[in-house]
Design a protein. Structure first.
Length: 430
C-alpha cells in the first residue's frame, strides 16, 4: 500500500532499526482516546506502528509459526488493520492482548491512525520532530486533528517542522491545513495532484527501492562517494585482469601445441571447447547473480545495511571488507592459475592432470566473474543513490534546515508542481 503520510522531518533513531515506526507517545494521547488496558491508563509504554511497518515485519505471519520480534508495550492499530488482523474494529480504544515470546503486547484500536485501505481516500498525516526521543512519529489526523495538534503543541511535545524562513509554527499549521482543504474540495487540481504524489515523493529512508541514504553528514557522504569510485576502479581492474589472464593462458597453450605440431583445426576446436566449458561453469553464477540482483541488490539489501552506519570509519570498514573479498578471490585464482601455467609442458604430456587443473581454473574463473558482477552492482547502486542524495542537499546543514528527500522516480513535471506549491504557500525557500 502507498504511504498515506506527509513525511518531511527525517530523523533516524539510534535505538531501533532503519524500518522502525515505533515511538513513545505522551500521556495525553492515552487519556484522550481512552486507551485503557486491564491495569489502568497507559502511561509510558504506548507505541505507534503504521500498516507499512507491519507489512515489513511480516505482520501477516503473526498467527503463524514465525514469531515476530515486536517490542514489548502497546501498539496502536488503525481501524482497518484491527479489522484485518483481529476481525473487529467497532470500538475505538479496544485493546487486544497477545503474548509473543512470553511478553505481552497490547494492540489498541485508534481513531487517529487511519490508513488508505479503510475508506479509499488519501489522508495526509502530520510529522512531529520528537527530538527528545530521537525518533520520528507521523500523526495521521482525522476528525480529531485540531485537538491532537493543540494538545501536542501545548505540551511542547511536537516541534512543528522548524524551517529556514521566518514563519511561526502556528502559521505553518494553518498554511498546511489550507493546502489540504483546498485539495479535498478539488478547487485546485494541482494541489490534488500534489497530495496524491506525496507517498511517492517523501519517503522514510531505505523503505523502498531506489531510495537514498539519509544518515551521516554531507562531508562523510562525499568521502564515501570517493571510496565507492575507488571500489569501482578496483572492480574494473580486477575484471580486466581476469580477461587478460584467460587470453594469456590461451596463447600459451596455442604456442605449446604449435611446438608439438598440433593443427590449426585442432587448436580452433580446443578454443571452442574451452569457451563452451567456461560458459557452462559460469552460467550457474550468472543465474544466481540475476536472482540476487532482482531480489536483493537493486537498492534494497545494501542500503538497508549501509543506513545503519553513520560514521566515516564504519564506511571504510565496510569498504575494506569488500576489498578484502576482491583480493582473496584474486589471490586464489592467480595462485591456481600460475601453478597451472608453470608446468604447462608437463601438464600437456599428462592429459589427466591437465584436465583436472583446467576444471579447477574454470570454477575459480566463474566464481571471480560472479563476485565481480556483484561488487560492480553494489558499487553502482550505492554511488547512484549517494550522488542523487547529495544533489538535493545544500553544501552545509544546520539544525533548522528542513531536509527533503525526493524519490528518483518522480517526474520532472510533478517535481515542478510540488516546488511551486510549496513556494507559493511559503513552506520552503527558493
Amino acid at each position: 500500500a502507498p504511504y498515506p503520510l506527509f513525511e518531511m522531518a527525517l530523523k533516524q533513531s539510534p535505538h531501533f532499526s532503519v524500518y522502525s515506526r515505533f515511538v513513545k507517545l505522551p500521556n495525553i494521547i492515552g487519556q484522550m482516546y481512552g486507551m485503557i488496558d486491564d491495569v489502568g491508563i497507559i502511561e509510558e509504554e504506548v507505541y505507534a506502528a503504521d500498516s507499512n511497518f507491519m507489512k515489513l515485519l511480516n505482520f501477516k505471519n503473526l498467527f503463524g509459526s514465525e514469531t515476530l520480534k515486536l517490542m514489548p508495550g502497546n501498539i496502536l492499530l488503525s481501524k482497518s488493520n484491527a479489522y484485518k488482523y483481529f476481525g473487529t474494529s467497532d470500538i475505538i480504544g479496544k485493546v487486544f492482548t497477545m503474548k509473543l515470546k512470553d511478553k505481552r503486547h497490547n494492540f489498541i484500536v485508534s481513531g487517529v491512525f487511519e490508513d488508505i485501505a479503510w475508506n479509499n481516500t488519501y489522508r495526509p498525516g502530520f510529522v512531529c520532530d520528537l527530538s527528545f526521543h530521537q525518533d520520528i512519529l507521523v500523526y495521521e489526523y482525522g476528525y480529531d486533528r485540531d485537538n491532537l495538534l493543540n494538545s501536542l503543541s501545548d505540551d511542547n511535545v511536537c516541534f512543528l517542522l522548524k524551517k529556514e524562513q521566518n514563519i511561526s509554527e502556528r502559521e505553518f499549521v494553518t498554511t498546511f491545513s489550507r493546502l489540504t482543504e483546498d485539495a479535498y474540495k478539488n478547487t485546485r487540481p494541482e494541489n490534488s495532484l500534489l497530495l496524491q504524489r506525496f507517498e511517492d515523493i517523501f519517503h522514510y529512508s531505505a523503505n523502498v527501492k531506489n531510495d537514498f541514504i539519509e544518515k551521516g553528514d554531507i562531508l562523510s557522504l562525499k568521502y564515501y562517494r570517493v571510496s565507492i569510485l575507488v571500489l569501482l576502479l578496483l572492480t574494473a581492474f580486477n575484471y580486466i585482469l581476469l580477461q587478460t589472464n584467460l587470453t594469456a593462458k590461451r596463447h600459451l597453450e596455442i604456442g605449446i601445441r604449435k611446438v608439438f605440431g598440433a593443427s590449426q583445426i585442432s587448436l580452433a576446436k580446443q578454443l571452442f571447447v574451452e569457451a563452451l566449458m567456461l560458459a557452462v561453469f559460469t552460467a550457474p553464477f550468472i543465474v544466481l547473480y540475476y536472482f540476487l540482483y532482482q531480489n536483493f541488490l537493486d537498492g534494497y539489501l545494501l542500503p538497508q545495511v549501509i543506513v545503519h552506519t553513520n560514521k566515516l570509519w564504519e564506511y571504510f570498514i565496510w569498504l575494506g571488507i569488500l576489498l578484502f573479498v576482491i583480493i582473496a578471490i584474486s589471490t586464489v585464482y592467480l595462485s591456481v592459475y600460475v601453478s597451472a601455467l608453470k608446468p604447462i609442458e608437463a601438464i600437456h604430456r599428462k592429459s589427466k592432470q591437465k584436465v583436472g587443473r583446467k576444471f579447477g581454473i574454470y570454477i575459480i574463473v566463474g566464481v571471480q566473474f560472479f563476485v565481480s558482477l556483484v561488487l560492480l552492482t553494489f558499487s553502482i547502486n550505492i554511488y547512484r543513490q549517494l550522488n542523487y542524495g547529495l544533489s538535493v542537499h545544500s553544501t552545509h546543514k544546520t539544525a533548522n534546515i528542513l531536509n527533503i528527500y525526493f524519490d528518483s522516480n518522480i517526474s520532472r513535471n510533478d517535481y515542478n508542481i510540488l516546488k511551486s506549491n510549496l513556494l507559493n504557500y511559503g513552506m520552503v525557500k527558493a
